[in-house]
Design a binder for this molecule. Structure first.
Ligand code: UGA
Length: 426
């Protein structure tokens, strides 16, 4: 059993704090936000993730999980800290590392006087960050020497929102980018209860694995979408094509669901950071750029389809079903539904929106620019056309027969619409 600190209790940090506890470790979760800490102490997660509330309660009952808003306490009681803070896009698209640096500095200050400590970067960061920025900041603040008084590691995560706990306990692989032997053996011990291949490599290799994994998945989606645009013109059902294509074991069936494109807190941001990384190294990353362009085009194509049926969109009533970036989450970051709403509002349309769980978060972005509707059937019945942006199961229950549907998520029932347009399939 190890004693671990988790720094930052967002989606990634909280899942890891709970997960590490449930596989037998002692964990102190730290966040700057006191209200988050207080609600977690009461067993109430501040984010929506299936199974998380129950898992958090179980972890707290065992007495091995604590939460604090004093980083000094978390570091004092642990042998290693996992930094799981945000790396949002800077204005130029590169990864903004200011939260990572601040966390590394704070951990460095808090670990003064310790014989040895391990600083693990969980956040998605450009290759080299752990060994240079993080190790440098920790050394400066703690006065300790890298490889003697402390070690560093990169340990990227591959959790999907909506299935994050399952992904924690049953990952396809665990990637350990260890700065030295001590870091490698410590992390192998931490993950021993998890049955999965564990790959030990250098920190900068592990950091690149994370970007390459996300960029490749995003690429598969954009590839399917591009094929979909062509297939639609040819009168072909893209899904039938990829069903067969995906059976080739060299290709695989996953992430070929064509539609309105990808959103979320990871794919768009990581693609931008990866492209910027290439720019800085003088490498033009054509494929990654194309994948981003196709993703943006899918939104524009939805607008083109609306114009095809309604003409000028000014003053027209348009509904959007789904604001979460995918089902089973209330996360609206870079969601296609929210981005589409912004475009339609800018075109002068009157936009009605529905989402079963994400309305509160969407309000923080869209404010009063759109009309929030509680009953999705009301939205369908009181608009001139509807775009389906999230594959919530309840959208399979609606009656679409009197409206125009631009289906961005392959909802079977929507095919009964007066006019039906699959965005990337015939
Ligand atoms: C993604 C990765 O899948 C995780 O492995 C990774 O750990 C995470 O980013 C991260 O970097 O933290 P996530 O953003 O939660 O996870 O969501 P996904 O389920 O991968 O979906 C992303 C977007 O792609 C969604 O908008 C979804 O609707 C879209 N998508 C997905 C498609 O349009 N088609 C598909 O076939 C699959």
């Amino acid at each position: 059993m190890a004693s671990l600190a988790v720094v930052g209790l967002g989606y990634v940090g909280l899942i890891h704090a709970v997960g590490f506890t449930l596989i037998g470790h002692r964990v102190v979760g730290y966040d700057v936000n006191r209200s988050v800490v207080e609600s977690l102490r009461r067993g109430r997660p501040h984010i929506y993730e299936p199974g998380l509330e129950e898992a958090l309660r179980r972890a707290l009952e065992g007495g091995r999980l604590k939460f604090t808003d004093f980083l000094e306490d978390a570091v004092a009681e642990s042998e290693a800290a996992f930094i799981a803070v945000g790396t949002p896009s800077a204005p130029d698209g590169s990864a903004d590392l200011s939260q990572v640096e601040a966390a590394a500095r704070a951990v460095g200050r808090a670990m003064r006087g310790k014989k040895w400590y391990l600083v693990v970067v969980k956040s998605t960061v450009p290759p080299g960050t752990t060994e240079s920025l993080v190790a440098g900041a920790v050394a400066e603040e703690s006065g300790a020497e890298l490889g003697v008084g402390f070690s560093v590691a990169s340990n990227p995560e591959f959790l999907r929102e909506g299935t994050a706990l399952e992904d924690f306990f049953k990952p396809d692989r665990v990637v350990i980018g260890a700065g030295d032997e001590k870091a490698a053996s410590f992390l192998l011990d931490v993950y021993r209860p998890i049955e999965a291949p564990k790959i030990v490599m250098k920190p900068r290799e592990a950091e690149l694995v994370k970007y390459v994994s996300n960029v490749f998945l995003a690429l598969k989606i954009s590839f399917a979408n591009e094929v979909g645009l062509l297939a639609k013109k040819l009168g072909v059902d893209t899904y039938r094509v990829f069903e067969a294509v995906g059976l080739d074991r060299r290709i695989g069936p996953h992430y070929f669901s064509a539609g309105l494109g990808f959103g979320g807190s990871c794919f768009p941001k990581d693609l931008r950071a990866y492209i910027k990384l290439g720019d800085r190294q003088g490498v033009d990353l054509h494929i990654a750029k194309a994948s981003y362009v196709v993703n943006e085009y899918m939104l524009q194509y939805a607008v083109e389809l609306l114009e095809k049926h309604l003409g000028d969109l000014r003053g027209r009533k348009i509904g959007i079903l789904g604001l979460a970036f995918k089902p089973n989450t209330d996360d609206v970051r870079e969601s296609r539904g929210v981005e589409l709403a912004k475009i339609l509002v800018a075109r002068g349309a009157v936009v009605y929106v529905h989402d079963p769980v994400a309305v509160e978060k969407a309000k923080a972005v869209l404010g009063n620019a759109v009309v929030y509707v509680e009953d999705p059937q009301f939205l369908v019945d009181n608009t001139e056309a509807v775009v389906i942006a999230t594959a919530w199961p309840q959208y399979e229950e609606l009656n679409y027969t009197n409206t125009i549907v631009i289906d961005g998520r392959r909802v079977k029932k929507a095919r009964e619409a007066k006019i039906y347009e699959g965005i990337a399939w015939a």
